[in-house]
Every structure is written in C-alpha cells, then in structure tokens.
Design a protein around this ligand. Structure first.
Ligand code: APR
Ligand code: PHB
Length: 391
C-alpha cells in the first residue's frame, strides 16, 4: 500500500487528522490496534473548548454537536463553608464551552470517515515504524495473519500514551517530563438529569466534580486513593460520599440513580519533547497527558491536529514547510500552557496526603482570592475556555 500520511491510532486525534487531511485532498490510512467497537466503548472526557467547537463545525462535524451538545458559559467552583463562584468564560472572554462526550465525537468521526470512504485498518497488530529519518518512511503491521507494509511521506503518531510512535523516537532524541499524583478519580455515568452547572468541589474529604453529557446523562467524579477498588464502591456509597463533598444546597439538588458505568483513572502530567522525529509527528496523548481537572486532554489532541493538518496542507499544496518545521514548538507552547493550568487546578482542588494546616490555608486563601477578584477569574476563564490557536 502507499499513502501520503500513515496515521497510527484511531482515537480522536488520528480520526480527526484523517478527516481534515481528506478535506485538503491529502490521502491517509489510519492503523488502529483495537476493534472499532472497543474504541467506541471507551468513556472519556466531555468538555470542549470554544476553539475545539469552532474547528469541529468548520470541518463539517457540527451537525450532531449542535443538536446534542450542551453549551455552557463556564463552570462553577464550590467549597465547604463558602459560597460557590462561577468561572464565567462568557463574561470574561465572550466564549462558551460545550459539554459533548468524546465517545460522541469519535462516533461522528468514524461516520465521517466511512462516508468519505476513508481507509481505517482495525485490529492492526504489531505496528512498526521504519526509516523515519529518510524521505521514504514506511509502516509495517500484521492484519488477518498477514504482514503488510505502507509506504508513505509522513507518519502521524496518534496512538496515545501507550502507543508505538513515541517509543520509535530514540531516547537520545527525546526529553520527557513526568509527574504522578498520589490519588485518582472514581467516575460514574448515570441516566439522571445532571446538576445544572459543571461544578468542581473542594472539600476536606477530597475533590468532587459534577458534569454532564446530555439532559438525561450525568457524569460524576470523586477523588480516590490510588489503591481504590471498584468493588468497594457500590452506587450508594458513591452517592453518599459525593454529596458529603458538596455544599449542602448542591448536595440536595443532586439527582442520584444507578450507575451505567464506573471507572477509576490515575492522574498524571506528562510531556515528550520534541513532538517530531524526522518524518514522524506526534499528536494527542502520544505526546502529552494532563490530569482531567482542567478538561484539556481532548482539547489538546484537537489543537495538535489543527496545527499538524495545517502544516501538512501547506507542504502538499504550496510546498511551504514552515508550519511543519515549526509544528513541535507551536504545539508545545499550547501543551505546556494546558499542562500548567491542569497541574495548578489539580493542586488547588485536591487533598494531598501530606497536606499540612498551612497547605490547607494556602488553598482556601487562593480560592478566596479567586472568588473575590474579577482579574483572577478572568485569567482562569481565558485559560479554561482555551487560548486561541496561533496563526
Ligand atoms: N498501533 C495502533 N494503534 C494503537 C497502538 C498501536 N501500537 N497503540 C495505541 N493505539 C490506539 C489506541 O487503541 C487508541 O484507539 O491509538 C488510539 C489512541 O487514542 P487515545 O488514547 O484516545 O488518544 P488521542 O486520540 O490522542 O485522544 C486523546 O483521549 O485518552 C483520551 O484523555 C485523552 O481525551 C484525550 C484523548
Ligand atoms: C467530564 O465531563 O468527564 C469532565 C468534565 C470536566 C473535567 C473533567 C472531566 O475537568
């Protein structure tokens, strides 16, 4: 097989890249390790930055998003004993966020690729990247027991944190930055009306988050220990603990119900630099991981894909390599901004095992300052809604 861009990974980053490249008349093949059903079963984040919504609409993926997405003008922060306040992105930036699940985006992307006759190879095993520093890279993989090879011009590594792409860069050429957090998130999905606002709660017992997917689909999280076991958390216990971490008025407004999904996720900050090695370009979780506190993971995958697709279009249509040569630096400027915001919010809103009374006071003082200062809230709002893409 031959294609212009071989894309490793059929998650949001890989599929969106294939979709946008196709709109520029650039040919690609997506190699996905899992089955499509497996990919679509994943429950992930659900908050889109304004730039993400705008881009999805621009590339023809706005129809279901406009119909089923829940636009909101920011998120609330609450904490025990004090009035909650609202990170008003509309007031401070003029922009709104959108609650729309990553699963729905992935479904929309698969549908768009199918409609366009896009080439997606599911269950592609043992993908390997070759000759990345030559001008004739290629990718090999196994499918249905046969070894296959794709010759290409470029390889896009969109295969997530555990993928093969980042590992195909020699260690000597890669700088990595890694930070683990001493807790995780226990999340549930329930077919109940969500709490009206997306609300982050800080509490002595730990962090809690009320979010949503649709008028009858709610998403809730509580901070939990790293050794937490799902079997120790029946629904009743989850709801009781969640409500214990909210201000009473909020707890009274939570509509509980049976969970249709329950999962645990550890929190991590990770960045790999540079996001390029020869003809290989990394995008999405393959290059960076953020704790979900800032809702940046999916949005960073989208911004990487925006930059990379624009860069490849410049090369193929005008022979102009400037955006491609500048891809890693440009993408990383946005990545580090989102990593910093996610790290800062995670430190502010979670109880760390070693927190002293002084640490507690520092968090409360920071929250008091945020609640009292329009400048502080404007700064948080512009970062939360997403800094505009660079030209
Ligand atoms: N070969 C082929 N495909 C692979 C390989 C491999 N060696 N390794 C992983 N994959 C596939 C995975 O099965 C997955 O479908 O690559 C895809 C990567 O998708 P994601 O992990 O969703 O990463 P990305 O597309 O960058 O999207 C980032 O997903 O994990 C969330 O929080 C993250 O919201 C963010 C978003
Ligand atoms: C979600 O709805 O899954 C969600 C919302 C906000 C976050 C993280 C996750 O910060």
């Amino acid at each position: 097989m031959r294609t212009q861009v071989a894309i490793i990974g059929g998650g949001p980053a890989g599929l969106l890249l294939a979709h946008i490249l196709d709109r520029h008349g650039i040919d690609s093949v997506v190699l996905e390790r899992q089955t499509r059903a497996y990919v679509l079963k994943r429950i992930r984040a659900g908050v889109l930055e304004a730039g993400t919504v705008e881009l999805l609409r621009e590339v023809g993926l706005g129809e279901r998003l406009n119909r089923e997405g829940h636009s909101h003008d920011g998120s609330a922060i609450a904490w025990a004993g004090r009035e909650r306040f609202f990170i008003d992105t509309k007031k401070y930036t003029g922009k709104s966020m959108m609650a729309y699940g990553q699963t729905a985006i992935t479904e929309d992307l698969y549908a768009a690729r199918d409609a366009a006759g896009g080439q997606i190879v599911d269950e592609a095993a043992d993908v390997q990247l070759h000759d990345l520093t030559s001008d004739r890279p290629c990718v090999t993989f196994d499918k249905d027991g046969a070894s296959r090879r794709i010759d290409c011009d470029y390889v896009a590594g969109c295969d997530g944190f555990h993928g093969v792409s980042r590992q195909s860069t020699p260690d000597s050429m890669l700088r990595t930055f890694d930070k683990g957090y001493p807790f995780g998130w226990l999340g549930i999905m329930s077919e109940t009306p969500p709490f009206p606002d997306l609300c982050y709660c800080y509490h002595q017992r730990g962090f809690a988050l009320a979010s949503m997917r649709s008028p009858m689909l709610s998403r809730y999280y509580i901070q939990c220990d790293l050794d937490t076991r799902l079997e120790d958390w029946p629904d009743e216990r989850f709801w009781e603990e969640f409500k214990a971490r909210c201000p009473q008025k909020m707890a009274d407004a939570i509509v509980t119900g049976p969970s249709i999904e329950k999962s645990l996720a550890p929190l991590r900050s990770f960045v790999a630099e540079p996001m390029r090695y020869g003809r290989l370009f990394l995008a999405g979780d393959a290059a960076h991981i953020v704790p979900p506190t800032g809702a940046k993971g999916l949005n960073l995958a989208v911004s990487d894909v925006f930059y990379l697709s624009r860069a490849l279009a410049d090369v193929y249509r005008r022979g102009d390599p400037r955006h491609l040569d500048g891809y890693s630096d440009m993408a990383l400027r946005r990545v580090w901004g989102a990593v910093r915001l996610s790290w800062w919010l995670t430190n502010l809103l979670h109880r760390f095992p070693g927190d002293t009374a002084f640490d507690q006071r520092m968090k409360e003082s920071q929250l008091d300052y945020l609640a009292s200062s329009e400048h502080a809230q404007a700064s948080l709002a512009e970062q939360y809604v997403g800094i505009p893409f660079e030209e």
